[in-house]
Structure formats: C-alpha cells, structure tokens
Design a protein around this ligand. Structure first.
Ligand code: FO1
Length: 319
C-alpha cells in the first residue's frame, strides 16, 4: 500500500512518525512537505518543515519544541547577535546550522532542493521519501493591517500570530512547479493522508503549487484528513489566526468545509475529528462524508499510530 502524506511541520511530522510505527517498512510512505516557511538567514537557506520532518523521523528532533535538534547549543547564534545580526527572536542552533550550511553548499553547487533534501535525509534515515512540494524558491509572507509585509516566520515566531494578518502573500508560488515525484506520489498512491498540519499556511501552500490540487482531485486514492482543530481551538500553533485571516471558522467542521469533499470539487473523502467534535462527524456523515470521532491528541507514538489506523480505516485501508 503506497501512502502519500502532505505535511507541514510539527503536527505533520508527529502524525507521520505514528503512521510509520503503524505500517512499519512494509508500506512505502512519501511525504510532500511545505516549503513556504523557508527563508534566507545569515546567507543560509532554512527549510523549517523539511527539517522538522527530517529530524523528527530521524530521531534527532528536540522533542519538547518539535523543531530543531536535541542537545542543541546556540553559541554561533549568540555571537551573531553580538554583531547585531540575525533575529534575536529566532534561534538557529549550532547543530541545526550544519544542516543549513550543508543545504546551502549543495544548492550553490546547482543541486535542486529535492536532491539536496534526499542527500540530507540519507544521513537521518527518516523511513520515508521526503519531497519538498517544489524545487522553486517560494516564501509565505504576511501582510499586516498597517500594510507592512513580513516573512511568515516573523509573524509566527516574533509576534506569535497575535498581530492580525490581512492576507498571506506567497512569492513565486503561482509560477512554481511540483518537485519531481510529487504528482506521481499523488497519482500513484493507494491512500493520501492530510495530517493535522496548518490548513492555511502548510497544507494550503502545498495545494497552491500548480498541478497539486488537480492531482489530488483526480487520484484514484482516497484522501483522508485529520482535523487540526479540536473543540474550536487548534491543538498546537496558531492555526486559528491563519483561519481567521482567510475567513474560515476555527472548527473541525469549518476546516472540513474549507478543504471540501472531492465529490463536490474539494480535496477530501474523509475527515477524522476528535471525540469532542462527534457532532461535527455526525453532520458530515449526513452530508455524505466518511467521518468519525476518535481521540486525536497525538500524546505519544503508540497513540498516534492508533490515530493513523483510524484515518486509514475511515477510507477502508488497512496496513
Ligand atoms: N520556532 C520558534 O518558535 N522559535 C525559534 O527560534 C525557531 C527557530 C527555528 C529554527 C530553524 C527551524 O527549522 C525552525 C525554527 N522554529 C522556531 C520553528 C518554526 O517556526 C516552525 O517549525 C515552522 O515554521 C512552523 O511549522
């Protein structure tokens, strides 16, 4: 059974780790990662979601943070600050910096991001094929109410998304192309999973790469999603601020309707919600969706494996 996952950072990485615990290495998993959070910092290319996936699945992630490396230090970042350089609210750890230096060196040698990602992932053995959504350089920026445009990471990390976003601007995205293997991973999958990643700036960004949404709409694989919103609030991060910016209600039902059912031109066949949102599952079933309410808090790997099993089961796929 070929499984394809469209993933952002922490939520998607944790879900995929549980999925791998469930399916072992009998079923190949391909993860298509959001690269809209990427940025140039100190002359190196930082790819937060690719790195969170690589570190989490490779067993090197700082577990409490969900990003960056375990046993990390920040001597270089502190010394850069002494030169008045960098963002004092954004820490590039010393070991993490090696990843960005390696990536930048390989990119500068002419290697596309997808090949660079495969080369870096080789070291960590993540147990999946890790693909950036595109090899083109794209970035998500946020236009604030006062008209200023800042990088997504500044809005997300410095302002904790507390400054209202008027809209999101995604540089170069409309003219980007899916990275090699991305469309095939959607077309040839036996099941496609949308984990509880940020539906706007992570999954939404992947869907905005030309060709991806069509591949998702036409693949023979069933598409099942897991709600990132539980009881009207995002489990982690500030997806509610992103949903508000695009006028979508922060609820399991609101996000399902935002993604839309494939029979009506959307991208999903099935939607797994948390047990507190059982009424939403019932309403969706009445509207023709496959939907079920189970505990969806990814508290540990075995629990997450059970969530992944419930998602696959919802579209009649068993590992
Ligand atoms: N998140 C923070 O809240 N604070 C940081 O200083 C920070 C640094 C950082 C460095 C590299 C990297 O790959 C990720 C980093 N993140 C940090 C997490 C990042 O904001 C998120 O992983 C994604 O952008 C959202 O999914």
């Amino acid at each position: 059974m070929k499984i394809t996952v469209l993933s952002g950072g922490v939520g998607g990485a944790r879900f995929t780790r549980g999925l791998l615990a469930l399916v072992g290495d009998e079923h190949p998993v391909t993860v298509v990662a959001n690269t809209g959070d990427d940025m140039w910092l100190h002359g190196v290319r930082v790819c937060p979601d690719l790195d969170t996936l690589m570190y989490t699945l490779g067993g090197a992630v700082h577990e409490d943070q969900g990003w960056g490396r375990r046993d990390e230090s920040k001597r270089v970042s502190d010394d850069l600050a002494a030169y008045g350089l960098g963002w004092d609210w954004f820490t590039l750890g010393d070991l993490d910096l090696a990843t960005h230096l390696a990536r930048t060196e390989l990119l500068r040698s002419g290697m596309p991001l997808s090949q660079v990602t495969a080369r870096l992932a080789d070291r960590w053995r993540p147990g999946v094929t890790l693909l950036p959504m595109t090899d083109d350089e794209v970035e998500t920026h946020v236009v604030l109410d006062d008209g200023r445009e800042i990088h997504f990471e500044e809005w997300w990390v410095r302002h904790r998304a507390a400054v209202p976003a008027r809209r999101f601007v995604q540089t170069n995205l409309a003219v980007s192309s899916p990275a090699p293997g991305v469309l095939e991973a959607l077309r040839d999958a036996d099941v496609v999973a949308i984990p509880p990643s940020n539906p706007v700036v992570s999954v939404g960004t992947i869907l905005a790469v030309p060709g991806v949404r069509d591949a998702l709409a036409t693949t023979d694989a069933p598409v099942v999603g897991v709600s990132p919103v539980v009881g009207g609030a995002p489990v982690r991060g500030m997806a509610d601020a992103c949903l508000a910016a695009i006028g979508v209600e922060t609820s399991a039902l609101g996000v399902a309707e935002h993604y839309g059912r494939r029979a009506e031109g959307g991208i999903l066949d099935a939607w797994l919600v948390d047990e507190v949102d059982a009424p939403a599952a019932a309403r969706l079933r009445d509207a023709g969706w496959a939907s079920r309410a189970v505990p969806t808090l990814m508290t540990d790997v075995p629990t997450t494996a059970r969530i992944a099993a419930a998602a696959l089961d919802l579209v009649d796929r068993q590992p």
